[in-house]
Design a protein around this ligand. Structure first.
Ligand code: FAD
Length: 532
């Protein structure tokens, strides 16, 4: 198959870009690939909302910029922060023009929420299902574009570069180029090649590397792993954000239900099992301190009290308002016997967001020619060492727009590469047992949660490294012998991503933002990105 524009991923980043290139080039073909259903994305699960300076009477660009820089703990790229904050408002207005609805006051102004680290109310939201509303809007808009083809159940295995033409490609090879992708088409059960002029990687996050995560099963870091294999640049992988408040359900691991920060924004209070409101002992901003501080405080309280969770107390909050703003959370809690007006909600931290990823410039270019990246798989310089809440949906829209503008400059001068060989599956056989994959996956998640979680130290990182080496060796051997499957490829990708997280964590000889290593106190002056 040949396509002018290839889009890997159908979350906010992929769909925004696809819509724009399709509308700008009605005569060109746009193909969106997604590995399961088109709406099964991190985007769909976003609750709190999207940050934007919509009320200039009370808020300003400079305040949003400052809040983002403070949260990023010295590693944000100021220019990128300014771009995202200033251009973000136009992107939000565009989304509204495509049909997205955000909650409004009776007088017609937007109801703007507040979340940790924000100095003003600036979070637009659609009840507590903002991401679902955005995904719905974008998927509906996509349907109206006749030059867009969206293929579900099409698993991208690798991006095609000069390596597949038989050339030696290393990190120092100049002008590595992307010619398209190999995919495992789960509809035809065949490995196919899709040749593209320009590709956008919008493959989302990697929360599934950890045992407990708010991310759905698709978030296995495939995009980052593919680019790393293709010798592209990856940065800041040590900065994994743990959401402080995922709903704790005994025995439930994998995809935890999120209790958005907006609940604390509206007055929810964290309490330990003794009923103490403990956040005042950790930060003057109490329950609205940035996420890393709140997550570490909860981790510490859980360790002190020997529990697997703390409580979020909403009993004092206006019940009618709670129901109106958080109907989904209310219903979920009730479904497991928790009435938030009478009972406290058990919560614990869970892996939530990857701040690092594929390194891009301010137009979304990666270090590989004709390959752009946007959304959670990208590292644009916005988040630095810690993402400010509700900045990621905004970043995805801004960078998908910028990637579209840059792609428009290039598209007429790029030609299809007609010399791409077929996928070589010689020597592989059908697998006769899955246990070799499922057990390794369990081991991977455990070691990452226990050794490379919220609090790290050098010995834990060394141990993680040694165990990863073994998992890597065994999985590569399996990969050489058996036919590829999504399960095998995801495991392989997650091992690569885990390696990148551990390696970056080892390189950072300080505690900063989300990376907290008890062997290194916070120093303040080392301000460089870890690039692999
Ligand atoms: C529970 C939860 C709540 C959140 N709340 C907020 C919030 O309130 N505000 C905010 O700003 N951010 C929030 N976030 C973060 C935000 O939702 C994500 O960062 C953002 O949606 C990522 O969008 P994306 O387009 O980059 O990726 P995604 O939306 O995750 O889409 C990834 C796409 O890539 C595809 N894909 C991946 N690998 C492959 C492969 N190998 N082959 C083919 N396709 C592939 C997937 O199928 C999917 O279509 C939240 C995240 C979660 C999980």
């Amino acid at each position: 198959m040949q396509t002018d524009f290839l889009v890997i991923g159908s979350g906010i980043a992929g769909l925004t870009y696809a819509l724009k290139v399709a509308e700008a080039c009605p005569g060109k073909k746009v193909t969106i690939l997604t590995k399961t259903q088109s709406d099964e994305t991190n985007t769909k699960y976003a609750q709190g909302g999207i940050a934007g300076v919509m009320d200039l009477d009370h808020d300003s660009f400079s305040k949003h910029i400052e809040d983002t820089l403070i949260s990023g703990d010295g590693l944000c790229n100021r220019r990128i922060v300014e771009i995202v904050v200033k251009e973000g408002v136009q992107r939000i207005e565009e989304l509204i023009s495509w049909g997205a609805e955000f909650d409004k006051e009776p007088e017609g102004d937007f109801k703007l929420g507040k979340e940790g680290g924000h100095s003003e109310n600036r979070i637009l939201h659609h009840k507590d299902i903002t991401g679902k509303e955005m995904e719905r809007t974008l998927l509906e808009a996509i349907k109206k574009c006749s030059n867009i083809q969206l293929i579900n159940h099409c698993f991208v295995l690798d991006i095609i570069t000069q390596h597949h033409l038989g050339y030696l490609v290393t990190k120092s090879t100049p002008d590595i180029e992307c010619y398209g992708v190999y995919v495992l088409n789960l509809n035809s059960k065949k490995i196919e090649k899709i040749v593209a002029k320009i590709s956008l990687l919008a493959a989302g996050g990697n929360g599934q590397v950890y045992r407990s995560t708010t991310n759905p099963a698709i978030a296995t870091g495939d995009g980052v792993a593919m680019v790393y294999r293709a010798k592209g640049r990856i940065e800041n992988m040590e900065f994994i954000q743990f959401h402080p408040t995922a709903l704790y359900e005994a025995g439930i691991r994998g995809h935890s239900f999120l209790i958005t920060e907006a609940v604390r924004g509206d007055g929810g209070i964290l309490r330990n099992p003794k009923g103490e409101a403990f956040m005042e002992r950790y930060d003057v901003r109490k329950d609205l301190a940035p996420r890393d501080i709140v997550a570490r405080a909860i981790d510490s309280e859980m360790k002190i009290n020997g529990t697997e969770f703390v409580y979020l107390d909403c009993r004092h909050m206006d019940h009618e308002k709670f129901l109106e703003h958080f109907p989904n959370i209310y219903a979920k809690c009730l479904s497991i016997g928790i009435d938030v007006s009478k009972d406290m909600i058990p919560v614990s931290p869970a892996a939530h967001y990857s701040c690092g990823g594929v390194k891009t410039d301010e137009w979304g270019h990666t270090s590989i020619k004709n390959l752009f990246a946007s959304g959670e798989c990208a590292s644009t310089g916005l988040h630095g060492a810690n993402r400010l809440a509700s900045n990621s949906l905004l970043e995805a829209m801004v960078f998908s727009h910028r990637s579209y503008l840059a792609a428009m400059q290039d598209i007429e001068s790029i030609f299809f590469n007609d010399h791409i060989p077929d996928w070589n599956a010689a020597g592989t056989t059908a697998p006769n047992e899955m246990i070799l994959i499922t057990q390794s996956l369990k081991e991977l998640k455990l070691l990452m949660s226990d050794y490379v979680g919220i609090v790290r130290n050098n010995e834990r990182l060394q141990r993680a490294n040694r165990r990863l080496d073994l998992l890597h060796e065994e999985t590569e051997s399996l990969y050489q012998r058996i036919e590829v499957s999504p399960q095998l490829c995801e495991l392989r990708n997650m091992i690569t991503v885990a390696y990148l997280i551990v390696k970056s964590a080892e390189l950072r000889k300080e505690s900063r933002g989300l990376h907290f290593n008890t062997d290194y106190p916070y120093q303040g002056e080392i301000l460089q990105n870890t690039i692999l």
